[in-house]
Design a protein around this ligand. Structure first.
Ligand SMILES: Cc1ncc(COP(=O)(O)O)c(C=O)c1O
Length: 323
């Protein structure tokens, strides 16, 4: 933690982390990887500040973070909400195809996995050639991803990668260097790129830690193996919930996240009882986000299959006792 970010030791750590991430995600050579700070929330502003040319962008409104992202983009230009699932409390991913997008948009933005509502895109929509930007904060490294379908991927590290404080940006080189004049230096991709993410002191410990996780992911068998495990984990939970007479998953079947499994009993008191008893049984952090209630099992890469099996057993036991 005391290492200078200019020391050879740290530069080696930084380089190794970048090359391992490139290898795991099969990032093509015409992309740059940046290790920044400010969380995914700063990307909500950096994306429009750097990508606006006509100052027009398309956003899919699929949850709270998508709404926050489009609100920031609307400060600097014209945002078109091309689809929204607000009508059903963000329980589904709207269908998008090339005809959904504006011809003159500088970019289109989707939130790949909606952490709070437990929904996810299962593939990158065809934008008809408009650069596609995605927030992968809660699903990066959870399954194979065709990076070439996106012009920019960003993610806060704190779910699947490492400690909070590191933000990953994977961006097509051609999109760098067109920031609006008002862009603060720290929000300019070009400046970070020219300085190899070391314009100022980077979050050295978080990068070191992320590097360990990238190595672990490689040794685990890469995104194919992680994807298979995450599908197994989430299927176990969804099968249990689909077969339950007490609980029901809140996300529509074709839109279900493999990272955040949201469910309810339909009775607030029973939900509260479940959360309390689950916590007592050592199944912590199962309460749904305060904006939606119910329950949410976040089964990020660090959650082993055994943890999910314990939750499934507990759900069944609770159901029997609370018929
Ligand atoms: C999908 C998504 N986007 C953005 C954010 C906000 O990220 P940060 O706290 O790193 O700014 C989160 C945080 O949970 C998230 O899940």
């Amino acid at each position: 933690m005391e290492m200078s970010h200019r020391s050879k030791s740290f530069i080696d750590i930084h380089e190794r982390a970048k090359s391992d991430l490139k290898e795991i995600m099969l990032i093509p050579d015409d992309y740059r990887i940046m290790f920044l700070q400010g969380g995914a929330s700063s990307q909500f502003s950096m994306v429009p500040l750097n990508l606006y040319v006509n100052k027009k962008a398309d956003y899919a409104e699929t949850g709270s973070f998508a709404k926050k992202a489009l609100k920031e983009a609307a400060r600097y230009g014209e945002v078109t909400v091309i689809a929204s699932s607000a009508d059903k409390n963000y329980s589904y991913i709207p269908k998008l195809d090339a005809s959904s997008f504006s011809k003159d948009a500088d970019y289109a933005h989707i939130t790949y996995n909606n952490t709070i509502y437990g929904t996810r895109f299962s593939s990158a929509p065809d934008t008809g050639g408009i650069p596609l930007v995605t927030d992968m904060s809660s699903c990066i490294l959870s399954e194979p991803c065709d990076v070439s379908k996106f012009s920019l991927i960003y993610a806060g590290a704190q779910k699947n990668v490492g400690p909070a404080g590191l933000t990953i940006v994977i961006i097509k080189k051609e999109l760098i260097g067109h920031a609006l004049d008002i862009t603060p230096a720290m929000f300019n991709y070009a400046l970070h790129d020219e300085n190899d993410s070391m314009y100022n002191t980077p979050p050295t410990f978080a990068i070191y830690f992320a590097g360990l996780v990238f190595k672990w992911a490689k040794d685990f068998g890469g995104l194919k193996a992680l994807g298979a495990l995450n599908r197994e984990k989430s299927s176990l939970l969804y099968d249990c919930l689909d077969n339950s007479a007490l609980f029901k998953p809140t996300a529509q079947k074709d839109s279900r996240s493999i990272m955040n499994i949201t469910f309810v009993t339909g009775d607030k008191d029973k939900d509260a009882k479940f959360v309390k008893e689950a916590t007592q049984a050592g199944l912590v952090n199962i309460k749904g986000h305060r904006s939606v209630g119910g329950m949410r099992a976040s089964v990020y890469n660090a959650m082993p299959l055994e943890g999910v099996k314990k939750l499934v057993d507990f759900i069944k036991k609770f159901e029997t006792e609370n018929k």
